[in-house]
Design a protein around this ligand. Structure first.
Ligand code: PHE
Length: 353
């Protein structure tokens, strides 16, 4: 074999050795074999020492070319490996730009939420505060403080969901109405104005609504085990049934945008009010015209309840009402099955937005 073909053969060997290197580390090892301090090219250089000056020149130039060819092969392989790594990385992080994008679906308020907002806005404009309270209540706030005797039918297991966590003396339950908020709010209010009250001065009036979820063991087209109520309470030195009539009439006419809406206060009974009245409304026009429709319970707050608020019933008097936002929503939009509100059917719900 000629000395040149030995050199060519060495370049071929280097090339195939580099080609077999599948990682940068493998490639560095392969490089050492040919270009390292004790590598094949260095070995050839050492062989020059024994040659004559002329031979050294031509042989040296040939070895240098070989070395350059090997270095060139090395560089090419390095680049190929780097490119392969980049390709793999890009493949791993690939974005499928042909996938359809994720749409943002704008939500809308539930019809009952729309009603709640409307109630809050109307009573807010009449100077009523808005309060929220717990849905899990104690027997005291839900019944006892509201002058509801232990044998009242509303306490029976039939109507009330009892929950774990209470004691036999103080069972815990899902509030059956928002009326416990009368006590909770009033007690806070009295606490806030204690100094004033103790000095014998008059506290600022209590004027609040308390919207929220309530629960009863009941379920049909017009009853849901979870439903909504909105409590109203106005207590002051001189708040009368007349004020209740004015406020509630105003509210209903504004809510239904109907100036000629008529209200009827029908005598009724609630343990926590005396006298008590159911409030019925009557539209003068539209599909419901002429019918009396019950929308709320109401009454003058019972002296025992005023006392449980921490106030002197000889000094403070007022009224309370509790209405059903679900029913108000049905009447306003002409919905005839309450269950539609709680089925979560988007085809129904989307109509309100
Ligand atoms: N809490 C009563 C109910 O759920 C409604 C009501 C509230 C009545 C306030 C009078 C005063 O039926």
């Amino acid at each position: 074999m000629s000395s040149q073909s030995i050199l060519d053969d060495l370049v071929d060997q280097a090339r195939s050795s580099f080609a077999q290197a599948l990682s940068p580390a493998d490639l560095e090892n392969a490089k050492a074999v040919f270009l390292g301090k004790a590598g094949r090219v260095t070995e050839l250089m050492k062989g020059l020492a024994a040659l004559s000056v002329d031979e050294k020149k031509s042989r040296g130039a040939a070895i240098n070319q070989t070395k350059q060819a090997i270095e060139q092969a090395l560089t090419e392989r390095r680049q190929a490996l780097a490119q392969a790594e980049l390709d793999a990385q890009l493949r791993a992080e690939a974005l499928d730009v042909s996938l359809p994008g994720r749409q943002r679906m704008p939500g809308g308020l539930h019809p009952v939420s729309l009603t709640m907002e409307r109630i809050e806005a109307i009573f807010g404009s009449m100077g009523f505060d808005v309060a929220q309270g717990p849905e899990i209540e104690t027997d005291w706030f839900n019944f006892t403080a509201l002058n509801t005797p232990a044998d009242h039918p509303a306490r029976s297991m039939h109507d009330t969901f009892y929950v774990e966590g209470g004691t036999p003396d103080e069972p815990h339950l899902l509030r059956t109405h928002t009326s416990p908020m009368q006590i909770r709010y009033a007690v806070q209010h009295v606490k806030k104005h204690r100094a004033l009250i103790e000095r014998g001065e008059l506290m600022p009036e209590i004027r609040v609504i308390a919207p929220g979820r309530t629960y009863r063991v009941d379920s049909d087209a017009t009853h849901s085990p979870m439903f909504h109520q909105c409590e109203g309470l106005w207590i002051g030195e001189n708040v009368s049934f007349k004020d209740l009539k004015v406020v509630f009439t105003d509210f209903c006419r504004t809510f239904f945008e109907s100036k000629d809406l008529v209200l009827r206060f029908r005598p009724s009974f609630f343990p926590f009010t005396e006298p008590s009245a159911e409030i019925d409304i009557q539209f003068q026009a539209g599909p419901l015209a002429g019918r009396w429709l019950e929308v709320a319970g109401s009454g003058q707050v019972h002296p025992n309840v005023v006392r449980n608020m921490g106030l002197d019933p000889e000094k403070y008097i007022g009224f309370a009402f509790g209405m059903g936002p679900d029913r108000l929503t049905m009447l306003r939009y002409g919905v005839n099955d309450l269950r539609l509100f709680f089925d979560g059917d988007i085809r129904f719900l989307a109509q309100f937005n």
